[in-house]
Design a protein around this ligand. Sequence first.
Ligand code: HEC
Ligand code: HEC
Length: 188
Amino acid sequence: MTRASMVLAGIALTFLSCADPVLSDAISAQGAETSGVDKGEFHRAGQPCGLCHQEGGPASGSPFTVAGTVFAQPLRQVGVEGAEIRMTDAEGTTHIAKTNCVGNFKVTPAEWVPKFPILVEIGKGNVRRTMRSTIGRDASCAGCHSTTLEIADPLSQVGHIYLFATDEPGSPEGTADCAVDPKRPGTK
Ligand code: HEC
Ligand code: HEC
């Protein structure tokens, strides 16, 4: 073995043994639960749900095949209730998920196990937005769609998912009788 190949083998080993720490770092980077919001359908709006809701994650008992959050506006993070997420997989099967009042939606393995890549379109009433590219394998919309309004790396990240150009017509602050504040904590 040459010195260079020994170094390479060392790097490969280090990388392999880091697989779990990388996942747990990514999970702890999501921070603690928001106080007053139970672990459940209304929590962690805008975060990469699939990071935790997968085998090996802290919510492995409730895995999702696809999940994310739809906000109303490009520059504010207020959840849209009743938005449809229409998905089509590589075999042409389709599934429609609906958002709750913080904008969260999820697909369980019992509902749909897509064959990636998938195409996605969101809509409510007569407003719709289509993602032009396909989702290769990430179960989390927020794997790419960042909730950070200043995007650090525009080549690999896009802003949060939003449906309307301005406020949601009729309810700029989101659904009034939502169990939790439909505005993402810590945002305008
Ligand atoms: C940092 C980790 C983490 C993230 C990110 C996360 N969750 Fe969770 N979630 C949990 C944990 C832990 C539980 C409680 C254990 C469980 O139900 O498996 C939970 C529970 C839930 C439940 C209740 C499941 C059940 O069967 O009772 C739902 C629904 C849920 N989360 C939806 C979401 C959605 C939607 C997102 C993304 C917008 C999300 N979660 C993001 C960790 C997370
Ligand atoms: C692999 C990265 C990635 C993932 C995962 C991803 N997106 Fe996207 N999305 C993008 C990129 C890049 C764009 C902008 C270019 C385009 O439309 O393809 C985009 C654009 C969009 C748009 C159109 C925005 C506009 O201005 O009209 C919508 C809607 C959207 N995504 C929804 C979703 C939903 C819903 C999910 C999860 C089911 C998701 N995306 C997951 C990368 C991603």
